[in-house]
Ligand binder design. Structure first.
Ligand code: PEP
Length: 251
């Protein structure tokens, strides 16, 4: 039985002081959500990872990226051993902003996914089509490419740990969310692709999230879909009040 997972992606928001306030103010929320079978997490900036972990021990704390090499001359990057040292268990990979502004390719992301899993962490692997691809009816072609290249060669024993987020690029931060019908159709398609690669029983254990303008008002429609196991949330995860409402509105 797959659990429900809600992860807030804070992007380049919140100082350490602000992250600490959020962490402290959501301790009870995380405990209550857990009782209802909902797992909560946030992805702060690297600088706030430890701060959030320290002040909210049951919240999943994810990094927003990691470099594929263990060490080296890669100015500005962060490695897996650095995340492991501070006991970070999850990493977002392939967010559309990383793909778009930092030229992350499917092949480079495949290296990252495998290294993250082999190091014992959970990748939250993002896929999604741009507006022009959506309008040209290329959504499934794009997603199939992102999945078959990005998620190739995974150790079969680790496949079930994967979290995959379907985030149509045209819906991120725009207020134009994909309809629940689209979210279900594409998440079912993703699961089908994963079945072809890794078999039915493993694919059925993988958590699939929808992301793109998820708000307290629409979260329930997504999380009641058969193949959507949670949400990756940007804007609505930044304030304690709206993060709390996201969880409360699931009831
Ligand atoms: C995101 O950045 O992953 C995201 C889904 O953002 P928003 O919820 O603001 O659309």
């Amino acid at each position: 039985m797959r659990k429900k997972i809600i992860i807030g992606n804070w992007k380049m928001h919140k100082t350490q002081a602000a992250a600490k306030v959020f962490a402290k103010e959501t301790v009870d929320l995380v405990a209550r959500a857990k009782q209802d079978g909902i797992i909560l997490g946030v992805a702060p900036s690297y600088l706030s990872l430890e701060v959030v972990k320290k002040h909210n021990k049951r919240l999943i704390v994810a990094a927003q990226n990691v470099h594929q090499e263990e060490a080296g001359a890669f100015t500005g990057e962060i490695s897996l051993p650095m995340l492991q040292e501070i006991k970070i268990g999850h990493v977002i990979l392939g967010h559309s902003e990383r793909r778009q502004y930092f030229n992350e390719t499917d092949a480079a992301l495949n290296l990252k996914v495998n290294r993250v899993l082999n190091a014992g962490l959970v990748p939250i692997f993002c896929v999604g089509e741009t507006l022009s691809e959506f309008e040209a009816k290329l959504t499934k072609t794009v997603i199939a490419r992102q999945i078959t290249i990005g998620l190739a060669g995974i150790n079969p024993a680790l496949v079930k740990k994967l979290i995959v987020a379907y985030e149509p690029v045209w819906s991120i931060g725009t207020g134009k969310n994909a309809s629940p019908e689209i979210a279900q159709d594409i998440c079912a398609f993703i699961r089908h692709e994963l079945m072809k690669m890794y078999g039915k029983s493993k694919a059925n254990q993988i958590h699939l999230l929808y992301g793109g303008s998820v708000k307290p008002e629409n979260i329930k429609a997504y999380l009641s879909l058969q193949d959507v196991d949670g949400a990756l949330v940007g804007g609505a995860s930044l304030e304690v009040a709206s993060f709390t409402k996201l969880v409360m509105n699931l009831k």
